[in-house]
Ligand binder design. Structure first.
Ligand SMILES: [Zn+2]
Length: 248
């Protein structure tokens, strides 16, 4: 039987709760049947996202502790530890060694290591991971904690060298890619290295892009070009990848 839930876009990393009317964004993603991983930036933000996602088929709320907010929000780690038992979806978590956030880098490492240890122990988590200027360190933490053995790490906007991409691939990571990152050589290199079975699309809206949640057609076009495949096939494949991770 034809199942309509199998078609529609995939936005595997966006911030619906950073829009003024988050409820409208949740409703729109449902109407467009956009399979969405709605990441959050603080543990306190999770409850209202989980509530919005609870009655919807296509949006899944993830529990996050954004590395750029660790300086102020590290005390919320205990709330994270409590809530992580209640969800399969974790993100946005990770490391950021950009100049602005470098002062909190040591604390970021402690928090991220703790988060990944917990995920590794509990198992069956899908984890959306931020890695600005920290590709190697992020992979080190994944490997050291063993999170890749019990969970699925999804590297969001992974800007890395060829050897780091291959290492991530060997660890079983998925990659959520957006149009902006695919327009530069490293993004192209990623598509040349990673099989399409490990690729997901994202917008990271409303950050650093003119995209609204679910607007992934530009990324799909670039993916189709890189793999020499047709648009419908690429859309189907990515929907299938996301469905396997989000619905099982
Ligand atoms: Zn993000």
């Amino acid at each position: 039987m034809w199942d309509e839930s199998r078609t529609g876009p995939v936005d595997f990393h966006c911030h619906l709760d950073l829009y003024q009317n988050m409820e409208a964004e949740y409703a729109r993603c449902e109407a467009e049947r956009c399979l969405t991983l709605a990441v959050t930036t603080t543990p306190k933000a999770f409850a209202r996202n989980a509530e919005m996602a609870r009655t919807r088929r296509f949006a899944h709320a993830a529990l996050g502790m954004h590395p750029q907010l660790v300086a102020q929000r590290a005390p919320e780690l205990s709330l994270f530890e409590e809530l992580v038992h209640s969800t399969r979806y974790v993100g946005e978590v990770g490391l950021d060694a950009g100049r602005r956030f470098y002062p909190s880098f040591e604390r970021q490492k402690l928090v991220f290591e703790r988060v990944m240890m917990l995920c590794a122990k509990l198992g069956d988590k899908v984890i959306s991971i931020h890695s600005v200027r920290t590709a190697r360190q992020v992979l080190d933490v994944i490997e050291r904690t063993g999170a890749h053995r019990t969970c699925v790490p999804v590297l969001h906007w992974f800007n890395a060298s060829g050897s780091e991409i291959r290492r991530a691939l060997d660890l079983g990571c998925y990659f959520s890619v957006n149009e902006q990152m695919l327009l530069v050589p490293r993004g192209q290199n990623l598509l040349e290295t990673v099989p399409i079975e490990r690729i997901l699309t994202e917008t990271d809206a409303p950050f650093q892009s003119d995209k609204t949640p679910g607007d992934v057609l530009g990324a799909i076009r670039l993916i189709a070009k890189a793999y020499g495949a047709g648009l419908p096939d690429v859309k189907d494949r990515i929907r299938q990848n996301a469905t396997e991770l989000l619905i099982g």
